[in-house]
Design a protein around this ligand. Structure first.
Ligand code: TIU
Length: 222
């Protein structure tokens, strides 16, 4: 067992049963002309976590530990896109419409692919997901159970939407989740701050948080 300092109390894990999850580091959320901007978001607010996630990915790769990448996207025929999701907020450009990076949030299009800084390498698992929860309608739970992974180090965007939703759903499935405070961002910095607080309140009701340097230091010492 290994222990690191975290909020609200130390986080224990077995290095053979841990994985890094990188949530939705896609052009549609990070670059101009994507899904996030179509909803009216300021994409510059999520830039700080990009180099932090890249550093964690490098460290996990060096340590030979698994990395899982999720991407929020829909099938080209929109069969997995609820009408309510397509119409929500009445955006000018809806999911499935043509945008500057191909069709918005559609699997296989340029916009739904990963930003180069955080892209998967070699055989790292990529989970396309139609919802905010990375377990909904995906093979994620089967994959983790088959590999006996019990501890998830969580990064990605956005803190209070796909990251929080996935962490809550992982927690309900029995995973011990550690969210990296500087490895996640929101278009709304105050939502990020409140989410970090809410997840660890009540004795870590959803899990733990810590800064990336704590995990990087540990991985460097292996
Ligand atoms: N809009 C927003 O903040 N997020 C999403 O739609 N998806 C993710 O968080 N990935």
């Amino acid at each position: 067992m290994t222990t690191i300092n975290a909020n609200p109390f130390p986080y224990h894990f077995d290095i053979d049963h841990i994985a890094l999850i990188c949530i939705d580091m896609q052009r549609d959320f990070c670059l101009p002309g994507g899904f996030a901007q179509s909803l009216g978001n300021d994409i510059k607010n999520i830039a700080p976590c990009i180099p932090v996630i890249a550093e964690l990915q490098t460290a996990f790769r060096k340590a030979g530990l698994p990395i899982i990448h999720t991407k929020e996207c829909h099938k080209p025929d929109l069969s997995d896109l609820p009408t309510a999701k397509r119409n929500r907020g009445n955006p000018k450009t809806k999911i499935g419409d043509a945008g500057p990076m191909g069709r918005i949030l559609i699997d296989g299009e340029e916009g739904s692919d990963f930003i180069p800084e955080n892209a998967p390498v070699d055989m790292e698992l990529v989970i396309p997901k139609p919802g905010k929860d990375a377990f909904y309608n995906t093979i994620l739970n089967d994959y983790l159970m088959a590999r006996k992974i019990t501890n998830l180090v969580i990064t990605g965007v956005t803190t209070e939407v796909c990251v929080q939703t996935t962490m809550r759903c992982a927690n309900d499935r029995g995973y011990d989740c550690l969210l990296i405070e500087d490895g996640t961002d929101s278009y709304f910095p105050d939502f990020k701050a409140m989410t970090l607080k809410a997840l660890v309140a009540q004795g870590g009701i959803v899990g733990w948080t810590c800064k990336s340097d704590v995990v990087l230091k540990l991985l460097a010492s292996l």
